[in-house]
Ligand binder design. Structure first.
Ligand code: FES
Ligand SMILES: [Fe+2]
Length: 440
């Protein structure tokens, strides 16, 4: 069935538009999982989620339930969450510590942290003269084909071959450098739990929205205006504006035309960087104290380089959106053609003063959490898009804004000057999508 539809995939993606079925067709969704999510490097989690031997965290890669687990030797393994006996998941809880080994709750087969079979009850008598011998690799829990860690961020690929993690990330690895370099200790620690949001929409709609510089001043205008009104009141009374209000009011004060001043840089494999950020380097005592810790750690010149890194968002296709200056990321886990889970994680800069963490936490809560109106504004759009696309009202989705005016050099596509609201990131993502989908 899938084989028959392969030739049509190329016809669904044109340089400036894509066919609606890309977002609504079940068969294409399964093909995407097979050819994209279950093949490329997917973010599993941060190594500080599993600090001690036996600590595990479950994660979805494509359609596969997986376990990220710390072994006694310190290695972080990624295993399929499936018992080789009769197929039960080994871990039913989202996270925990499994002790010295995993033990299946159905018939007590046990496994080491690297998935290798440890024991089967009464193995010698029960499995005498059968295929279930100790040296049969099928008795082990299956491992992800490849696991790599970049600066504490653990990725897995379910395909034996393909580019290394660093080759795959290319320039988008700056997301992790920026997030870690901002810490005086050069590394971050995960905040132990994340927000989880299930959206009634296709996974690509979320990713497209992440670098859609055209929507914030429209979609979030009402939220921004309300914050601005309160902010003005506070200023009248106290003479100053709390930074947290500014995080929201910026959606009203940075108007649609100003978003054209931003720039996107689009890379192979669908990755993209949005540059420019509303000033996060105020001269308040907390920021100055933080800057001092950075100077002590890195010296004046390097500190300046670190703090002037000009990134708003890094999109790592097909499943990660990183806001490095605020130490947060969103991992995208497709659950079905019209259902997507996002995990919204936050990190602490090791060695930075507490108020800097509190400030980033305010952004996390005010802009990225399920409780904020900003998130609700976006979620409403996503549901409306998915529902509209399911209708007979039209067959195509347009990505034509500033089409033909991108600047392309060596496979990297930059939006032209004053064209920050270009739909180049969506064109780039769909170009990568078509390339991944073409490879059986
Ligand atoms: S299914 Fe796991 S031990 Fe039987
Ligand atoms: Fe938004």
């Amino acid at each position: 069935m899938l084989q028959e539809s392969i030739p049509n995939v190329a016809r669904l993606v044109e340089p400036d538009r894509v066919h609606k079925s890309v977002y609504t067709d079940e068969q294409l969704f399964n093909m995407e999982m097979e050819r994209i999510h279950e093949r490329v490097w997917i973010y599993c989690g941060h190594e500080t989620q599993v600090k001690k031997p036996g600590d595990y965290y479950t994660v979805q890669i494509g359609r596969q339930p997986m376990i990220m687990v710390r072994g006694a030797d310190g290695t972080v393994n990624v295993l399929y969450n499936r018992c080789p006996h009769r197929g039960s998941m080994i871990c039913g809880d989202r996270s925990g510590n499994t002790g010295e080994f995993f033990r299946c709750s159905y018939h007590a087969w046990t496994f080491n942290h690297d998935g290798k079979l440890k024991n089967i009850p009464m193995m010698e008598s029960g499995y005498k003269d059968t295929r279930w011998t100790r040296d049969n690799p099928d008795t082990n829990m299956k491992k992800a084909a490849r696991v790599e860690n970049y600066r504490g961020f653990v990725f897995a690929s379910l395909a034996e071959d393909g580019p290394s993690l660093l080759e795959f990330l290319g320039p988008s690895k700056i997301a992790f450098d920026d997030i870690c370099d901002r810490a005086p200790a050069g590394e971050v620690e995960v905040v132990p739990t994340c927000f989880r949001v299930i959206q009634n929409s296709n996974w690509k709609i979320f990713l497209e929205n992440q670098l859609d510089a055209l929507h914030p001043s429209v979609t979030h205008q009402s939220t921004g205006r309300a914050a601005r009104e309160v902010e003005v009141e506070i200023e009248k009374k106290t003479g100053k504006i709390p930074l947290s209000y500014h995080m929201l009011s910026a959606f009203a004060t940075v108007t649609i035309d100003k978003w054209d001043n931003f720039q996107t840089i689009n890379y192979p494999y669908g990755h993209c960087i949005l540059t420019g950020y509303m000033g996060l380097r105020p001269q308040d005592p907390d920021t100055l104290a933080y800057e001092k810790t950075l100077t002590r750690a890195y010296g004046e010149k390097r500190k300046e380089e670190i703090l002037s890194t000009n990134i708003h968002h890094v999109l790592i296709y097909p499943g990660l959106s990183v806001q490095s200056p605020l130490q947060q990321l969103r991992a995208v886990r497709p659950l079905g053609v019209n259902k997507t889970l996002t995990e919204i994680w936050h990190f602490r800069l090791k060695g930075a003063p507490e108020p800097i963490y509190r400030r980033a936490l305010a952004y996390y809560n005010l802009v990225n959490s399920p409780a904020t109106l900003i998130n609700a504004d976006d979620l409403e759009n996503f549901w409306k898009i998915q529902t509209g696309l399911g209708s007979d009202g039209g067959d195509w989705v347009s990505f034509a804004r500033y089409y033909g005016r991108d600047i392309e050099k060596n496979g990297v596509v930059e939006t032209g000057e004053g064209m920050g609201t270009s739909e180049a990131p969506m064109r780039n993502q769909m170009k990568a999508w078509a390339q991944f989908m073409a490879k059986a």
